[in-house]
Write a protein that binds this ligand. Structure first.
Ligand SMILES: C[S@@+](CC[C@H](N)C(=O)[O-])C[C@H]1O[C@@H](n2cnc3c(N)ncnc32)[C@H](O)[C@@H]1O
Length: 352
């Protein structure tokens, strides 16, 4: 049977791919501008000529000419009729204001980190073998932290913890908290600062991340936080009032084993706060830009990490509340309820 090709559909798809290619390169340009301080130099500087921008940044005019052409065409920088360049307040928020919830540079850095190691990504995919978190580069670890931290600053103590039944009062009075898979420890330090009468323990199996977390806590002068290199299935301590996992359960090889260990280390009245990427319960429900993004990171980071560990469940970054609930119930927990959500995350209260 001869193949029927609908040329209108070919053109439509080709147009979409061209948009994606432009987007991929725009992210790369945004990363270069971030790392070399161009967005920062443009922020609040008004309209600058290329020569003025070169003088301000100490960068090569020829390179700036090409870079400005690309980012202006992308709409990341504003080009004026007289060929001067500026950042609008909105562009500044997205590209120049580190720490603002709207700043996308951490997200962009995490994407660039995956291109950086494209050969490893291809060989992992081809072999079907696992690839541990520590096999990625610092670019990913920093990008993930930069991306997640502003969301924690905006939501964690203002919304997520108050959404849990009876937990905020305990933390204010003095409680014991475990943050499992804490990475660079931004969530742990933030909670320790907000609840000075409570004691916080951050655990992660990636030793270099724990070193960074310890330094961050020391620099912030937070005395009530302690960081430990430990696997989620084996971390020490007991009688925790609250355990938290921020965007890490699906990265684990044995999320059931980890949740079971967490349950054993919690007080009977304790709560697990599980923060996971927001997702529906089926492929069909995740056919949107967020699904496109999370399934991609899951292909190169989360699932390989899980497959590199014992049990190798490979939950994936779009597991959805139904599948997560099955995992938590298999670990012995009885109650799972969604108490809050953002555009990217869901917050589950897990008890019993
Ligand atoms: C996506 S990062 C999230 C880090 C941090 N919670 C945050 O929100 O920025 C996932 C983290 O889970 C950690 N991790 C993965 N498997 C683990 C395990 N079995 N035990 C402890 N930590 C684990 C990784 O080392 C990594 O730091």
């Amino acid at each position: 049977m001869s193949e029927q090709i609908d040329m209108a559909r070919v053109e439509e798809l080709a147009g979409k791919v061209i948009g994606d290619v432009a987007g991929a390169l725009s992210l790369y340009m945004a990363y270069i501008g971030d790392q070399t301080g161009v967005f920062e130099a443009l922020d609040g500087a008004g309209r600058l000529t290329i020569a003025e921008l070169a003088k301000k940044t100490g960068l090569n005019e020829k390179y700036l000419h090409e870079w400005l052409g690309s980012v202006s065409a992308a709409g990341y920088v504003t080009m004026h009729e007289d060929e001067t360049f500026s950042l609008s307040p909105e562009q500044a928020l997205i590209f120049a204001r580190e720490g603002q919830p709207a700043c996308m540079q951490g997200f962009i850095q995490a994407v660039v980190s995956q291109y950086e190691q494209h050969e490893k990504a291809v060989s992992t995919f081809a072999s079907g073998e696992g690839r541990p978190w520590g096999d990625h580069t610092q670019c990913l670890f920093c990008g993930v932290d930069r991306f997640f931290r502003p969301g924690y600053e905006a939501n964690l103590t203002a919304d997520w913890i108050p959404s849990l039944s009876g937990v905020e009062g305990k933390l204010k009075a003095g409680a014991k908290v475990a943050d499992i898979g804490c990475g660079h420890g931004s969530s742990t330090v933030l909670m320790a600062q907000s609840y000075p009468d409570s004691e916080f323990h951050g655990f992660d199996y990636h030793a270099p991340s724990i070193e960074i977390a310890k330094t961050a806590a020391h620099e912030a002068g937070v005395p009530n936080v302690h960081f430990h290199v430990a696997n989620a299935k084996e971390f020490g301590g007991a009688d925790f009032d609250l355990a938290c996992i921020f965007d890490a359960l699906h990265d684990m090889g044995d999320p059931v084993g980890a949740a079971r260990h967490i349950r054993e280390t919690l007080k009977d009245s304790g709560t697990l706060m599980l923060v996971e990427p927001i997702a529906g319960d089926s492929f069909a429900e995740n056919m949107n830009p967020l699904g496109q993004i999370f399934y991609a990171f899951s292909t190169t980071v989360c699932t390989p990490n899980s497959l590199s560990q014992e049990v190798a469940l490979g939950l994936g970054a779009q597991a959805g509340q139904k599948r997560l609930t099955e995992v938590l119930k298999e670990a012995g927990f009885r109650n799972v309820r969604r108490t809050s959500e953002t555009a990217t995350n869901m917050v589950l209260e897990v008890t019993g």
